[in-house]
Design a protein around this ligand. Structure first.
Ligand code: ZN
Length: 109
């Protein structure tokens, strides 16, 4: 206790002073920080591909029909992309192709 001058303000142990975070105009849509995202290898990123996101957004017969079309060979990816885009789910045939080939981020096979 030599040379120690007790501070007049009692600071509780464990309290960090950097609590105030300047909020910029950053859109709050991603929970992960940049450091977190870069720490995860590309193929293990949790973000699903657009094809899967649209599939997840669909329900009932629509979902079944799209799933069947994706897994089958009756429809070209271009046709599926057209149908989905016209229904308000904009997607490119390339994105669908990648999903069908298992090269997308969701790792669908
Ligand atoms: Zn996918």
């Amino acid at each position: 206790m030599q040379g120690w001058r007790g501070s007049p303000i009692p600071s509780p142990a464990g309290a960090v002073t950097s609590t105030s975070r300047p909020e910029r105009s950053l859109p709050r849509r991603c929970v992960l920080s940049i450091a977190d995202q870069l720490a995860i290898p590309r193929q293990h990123r949790p973000r699903p591909c657009r094809t899967k996101a649209i599939l997840d957004a669909l329900t009932g017969d629509d979902r079944k029909a799209v799933k069947a079309a994706l897994e089958g060979t009756d429809f070209h990816s271009t046709q599926i992309a057209d149908v989905l885009t016209q229904a308000g789910h904009q997607i490119s045939d390339q994105t669908i192709n990648r999903h069908r080939q298992g090269k997308c981020s969701c790792g669908h096979r």
